[in-house]
Design a protein around this ligand. Structure first.
Ligand SMILES: *[C@@H]1O[C@H](CO)[C@@H](O)[C@H](O)[C@H]1NC(C)=O
Ligand SMILES: *[C@@H]1O[C@H](CO)[C@@H](O)[C@H](O)[C@H]1NC(C)=O
Ligand SMILES: *[C@@H]1O[C@H](CO)[C@@H](O)[C@H](O)[C@H]1NC(C)=O
Ligand SMILES: *[C@@H]1O[C@H](CO)[C@@H](O)[C@H](O)[C@H]1NC(C)=O
Ligand SMILES: *[C@@H]1O[C@H](CO)[C@@H](O)[C@H](O)[C@H]1NC(C)=O
Ligand SMILES: *[C@@H]1O[C@H](CO)[C@@H](O)[C@H](O)[C@H]1NC(C)=O
Ligand SMILES: *[C@@H]1O[C@H](CO)[C@@H](O)[C@H](O)[C@H]1NC(C)=O
Ligand SMILES: *[C@@H]1O[C@H](CO)[C@@H](O)[C@H](O)[C@H]1NC(C)=O
Ligand SMILES: *[C@@H]1O[C@H](CO)[C@@H](O)[C@H](O)[C@H]1NC(C)=O
Ligand SMILES: *[C@@H]1O[C@H](CO)[C@@H](O)[C@H](O)[C@H]1NC(C)=O
Length: 857
């Protein structure tokens, strides 16, 4: 990019050149005397500005003093009107007569119109940014009449049709971003052949483009960022691409590219930081020249048909953080790494044909965070050092031919997930696993493990323990199976005994209860879902309504003691704990003292039973310590009740609204972190990916030690999108949790959940409920906080005074995070995994800072 100085120069030049033009073109005498203030007033008058963001634009002050207007010494004027909630008409005619107008941003607004052709009269424009502003229709060729343009950003709109070849006339263009639109057709070679000054080219996410990669790409010698992912490109990579010596980021992922890579691929990419060729149809071996990319940090080639070895030189690149090569046909051995020099954080090579042993050095690389190599032909034993990296969180080497014993895992205190299933491992399950504080997922099924299940595992907060199909013996530690809703899978170990198992260690079976418990266990055994077991009751129609026989069907995914009759009898007003537009929530105590919450959805479209069952199954399969279990559902011709687990301590909202909310800062952080982790799981790690869409503090349940569980998620799947949106529109109660863009976009995104999370974080920071943070003013918490941020010393008024001053620094940091999450502009919000990293740093400041790579499933 040009430096500030060159821009200045450019701006002044532009001014010199264009002022006479402006004067000449405005030939009517009246217009000739119009001041910039008047022109801008007329421009403003055509806009809709509901939040009054342009209130400082008053004729009595010089326009250079107005907000969102910048004037540089050289006489260049910039208008930065992004993210102000603007809509209405864009009066380009007066606007383009403002002398020296060099930069115009209307990004992140909701104009809902075509790109005004008249903008082509703003001949002094150097930079035009219309991204994410709800523009639709064709890309006007007239924009090519802006002779000084160096940066054109039209990304994230609904622009359709061809990219006009005439744009090639913009010889000075350095940045061209057309990503995320609905452009179609074939790209004209002139676009690439003539725009030789480009540094940044983004044509990604235009799924209707039909093009090969044109050889002319190679003529854009200055290109540093090239984003062509997800745009329907076909054919092979042209040899000329290899000439782009300045490339830093090359993303060709998610296209239909084919063929082998040119053998010299990489030999001139000395500056390449990130290479993404994933999800294409490339084949053949991967060129060895990749070792010339000495600055490479991210290497992603997963989901192709590459064969042969991964070049040895790749593994020793000094800055490499990530290797993703899963779902290919690579073979050969995984090399040892230089444990001193390697900065690898993530190695994913699952589903290939790698053979030989797991390198001993994997766990010795101190930054290693994730190692997954499942579904290969790795043999030999697990290295003793596999878990020595202090950052190691995920290990998956299932479905290989590994043998020998499971080593003691003591050092990887951040290990979350360990999958060793489907190998030939022998010996006992090491008791030391019980000492890894965040281990939540253990799958050692289908091996030849012997001995007992270590009692130490009871220390863990497990989301899944699968030991099935081994030769384990002895008594199952009681608390592993006693919880009402365990996630422990024991089948295929005839030597195990304990209450509820076919083989009770001491007492003979008590007939009745024994059966129930056996059924319970059998249900775990059959896998996640109990459906087949027939935990399936037909209940009567709701009390007193009508006599027409309309059967209610109850489907339970977990063994809870509840019959259909009991459920219907309990759906009474006295059990209601919450009401919303979609229906009421009932709290029901079961015979065994366990509590469940039942969400009864009214006027919920008319899903068929079968469709609903499939959706519900999907939700019931979610296993995460921070996601409340969906226990079952009840159905009758379009009316649906969903049954969730409920925790004794109630919801976060209850806690915040209690007369005294005195929970300490570290516990509040713990709540926030848990919620965030649950969301990361459903957003990124669960298949299919889900959105919560109704996150609010009343949907956060609290367990012991303030461990939160998120509930009420993905209701849209039960009721259908239409009914769901209608309910959101009619429910005035929880509006403050809803991201503002919901009004203008139809497609829900994970960033809307991030917004809702930000609102909860603000509740935790301020100690005030989101709906009405103060008794005197009726604004919601986001506005309440924003108002106070502006006044000097505002933060002191925001942070909950009930919390000791020593926590202030952390609270301040959390506040900044919450403000980012609740940013009006979705693209300013962090993704949930980034939120987790940030919160983890606050929660345990003594742990080393994260290595920066987000968890990417
Ligand atoms: C405009 O801004 C300048 C510099 O910031 C200041 O000196 C001047 O007083 C301002 N004028 C008005 C009318 O506010
Ligand atoms: C256009 O504006 C958006 C929103 O402010 C910003 O994220 C983006 O970087 C801008 N584009 C360019 C090329 O500067
Ligand atoms: C592209 O450049 C060639 C010469 O370099 C020129 O003849 C042609 O008109 C240009 N195309 C456009 C669309 O400007
Ligand atoms: C393994 O990778 C191939 C592509 O190479 C893919 O078709 C297949 O579905 C993958 N298998 C699994 C289990 O992911
Ligand atoms: C481990 O790998 C197997 C096979 O690729 C996969 O099915 C399983 O989901 C993975 N486990 C985890 C926890 O990611
Ligand atoms: C692992 O497999 C390779 C062949 O892929 C074989 O040569 C080697 O002996 C095997 N090692 C062990 C320990 O089985
Ligand atoms: C547990 O392991 C067995 C054997 O590998 C497998 O069939 C079953 O699906 C697993 N259960 C869960 C819930 O992962
Ligand atoms: C969304 O639209 C509703 C009316 O449809 C309005 O009451 C509400 O204020 C709007 N929300 C935002 C954030 O603009
Ligand atoms: C855009 O405008 C059209 C009418 O021109 C209207 O039907 C549509 O609802 C608007 N879309 C949005 C998101 O406001
Ligand atoms: C707070 O300050 C920002 C800029 O500093 C301004 O854009 C915003 O309008 C102010 N908000 C209020 C409520 O005063």
């Amino acid at each position: 990019m040009a430096t500030a100085a060159t821009y200045l120069l450019l701006f002044s030049l532009v001014l010199l050149l264009t002022s006479p033009l402006v004067a000449a073109s405005s030939s009517t005498p009246v217009a000739a005397v119009e001041q910039p203030e008047e022109l801008l007033q007329r421009f403003k008058a055509s806009l809709k500005d509901p939040s009054d963001a342009l209130s400082t634009w008053s004729p009595s002050t010089p326009y250079c003093n107005w907000s969102h207007v910048t004037c540089t010494g050289g006489g260049a004027v910039g208008l930065s009107l992004q993210g102000l909630g603007l809509s209405g008409d864009i009066a380009a005619e007066p606007l383009c007569r403002v002398p020296g107008l060099a930069a115009l941003s209307l990004a992140s607004n909701t104009f809902n119109q075509t790109i005004p052709l008249q903008l082509s009269r703003c001949t002094s424009l150097v930079s035009l940014n219309l991204s994410s502003a709800a523009f639709w229709g064709p890309l006007p060729e007239q924009l090519a009449m802006l002779p000084s343009l160096t940066s054109l950003d039209l990304s994230g709109n609904d622009i359709e049709g061809q990219v006009p070849p005439g744009l090639a006339a913009l010889r000075g263009l350095e940045v061209l971003d057309l990503g995320g639109n609905r452009l179609s057709g074939v790209l004209h070679p002139a676009l690439f052949g003539n725009l030789t000054g480009l540094h940044f080219l983004d044509l990604s996410k235009n799924q209707f483009l039909e093009s090969e990669l044109p050889p002319e790409l190679g003529e854009m010698g200055g290109l540093r960022w090239l984003f062509l992912q997800g745009s329907g490109f076909t054919g092979a990579i042209p040899e000329t691409l290899l000439q782009l010596e300045q490339l830093e980021v090359l993303d060709l992922s998610m296209n239909s590219l084919t063929g082998a890579l040119p053998p010299a691929f990489g030999h001139k990419f000395r500056k390449l930081l990130s290479l993404d060729l994933s999800q294409n149809d490339f084949s053949g071996p991967f060129p060895k020249e990749i070792d010339k990319c000495v600055m490479l940090q991210r290497f992603q080639v997963q989901g192709n048909g590459f064969t042969g070895e991964l070049p040895a030189g790749l593994w020793s690149l000094p800055d490499l953080r990530m290797i993703r090569a899963e779902n290919n046909r690579f073979s050969g051995r995984l090399p040892e790494l230089s444990t001193e020099a390697s900065r690898l954080e993530q190695v994913q090579v699952d589903n290939n044909s790698f053979s030989g042993e797991i390198p001993h050095s994997i766990g010795l690389v101190r930054t290693m965070y994730r190692f997954s190599a499942s579904l290969n032909q790795l043999n030999g034993s697990l290295p003793d050092s596999l878990c020595d990296s202090p950052a190691m969180s995920i290990i998956n080497v299932s479905l290989n031919s590994l043998s020998g014993a499971i080593p003691e895992f003591r050092r990887c205190k951040r290990l979350v997930s360990l999958s060793l299933s489907g190998n030939a491992l022998t010996g006992p399950i090491p008791a030391s696993l019980g000492g890894l504080p965040v281990l939540t997922y253990i799958d050692v099924s289908s091996n030849s493990l012997t001995g007992g299940i270590p009692a130490e595992l009871q220390n863990l907060k497990l989301a899944l323990l699968n030991v099935s199909n081994n030769q384990l013996t002895g008594r199952v530690p009681p608390s592993l199976v006693s919880g009402a809703l365990p996630a422990v899978f024991l089948e295929g170990n005839p030597g195990l005994c304990g209450p509820g198992l076919p083989n009770d260690c001491d007492a003979p079976l008590r007939k009745h209860q024994g059966l129930a418990l056996a059924a319970t266990v059998a249900s775990f055994v059959t896998g996640v879902m109990l459906l087949a077991l027939g935990a399936f009751a037909v209940c009567r129609r709701l009390h007193g309504v009508s006599s027409s026989p309309s059967p209610w069907m109850l489907v339970l995914f977990y063994p809870i003691k509840l019959t259909g009759d009991e459920l219907l009898a309990a759906l009474r007003d006295k059990n209601v704990i919450g009401r919303g537009a979609l229906g009421s929530v009932y709290l029901i105590e079961l015979q065994d003292g366990q509590n469940i919450a039942v969400k009864r959805l009214i006027s919920s479209g008319k899903p068929t039973f079968r469709a609903l069952k499939n959706e519900m199954k999907l939700l019931a399969k979610i296993r995460h310590k921070n996601i409340a279990k969906m226990l079952g559902f009840c159905y009758s011709e379009g009316e649906v009740c969903i049954i969730y687990e409920y925790l004794q301590m109630g919801s976060l909202q209850d806690l915040i609204c209690a007369p005294k909310f005195t929970v300490g800062w570290n516990d509040r952080l713990r709540i926030a972190l848990g919620i965030a982790q649950g969301l990361v799981y459903i957003h990124h790690d669960y298949t299919p990916r889900l959105l919560h869409r109704d996150l609010k503090s009343s949907n956060v349940l609290l367990g012991d030690d303030f461990e939160p569980k998120v509930t009420g998620f993905a209701i849209d799947r039960a009721v259908g999108e239409k009914a769901y949106l209608a309910s959101l529109a009619s429910d005035l109660n929880y509006r403050c949790y809803i991201a503002p863009e919901l009004n203008c976009t139809k497609k829900p995104t994970h960033l809307m959940d991030v917004y809702s999370f930000g609102v909860i974080l603000l509740e935790l920071i301020t100690g005030k409920p989101a709906e009405q943070p103060a008794s005197d003013d009726s604004v919601d918490i986001v506005r309440w906080v924003r108002r106070r941020i502006n006044v000097t010393d505002g933060a002191a008024q925001i942070l909950d005074p009930a919390i000791s001053r020593t926590a202030q620094q952390g609270m301040q940091a959390a506040l900044e995070l919450a403000l980012r999450c609740t940013s009006v502009m979705p693209d300013r919000r962090p993704a949930m995994d980034e939120v987790v990293w940030s919160l983890q740093l606050l929660y345990s400041p003594q742990t080393p800072p994260s290595t920066g790579v987000a968890l990417e499933p």
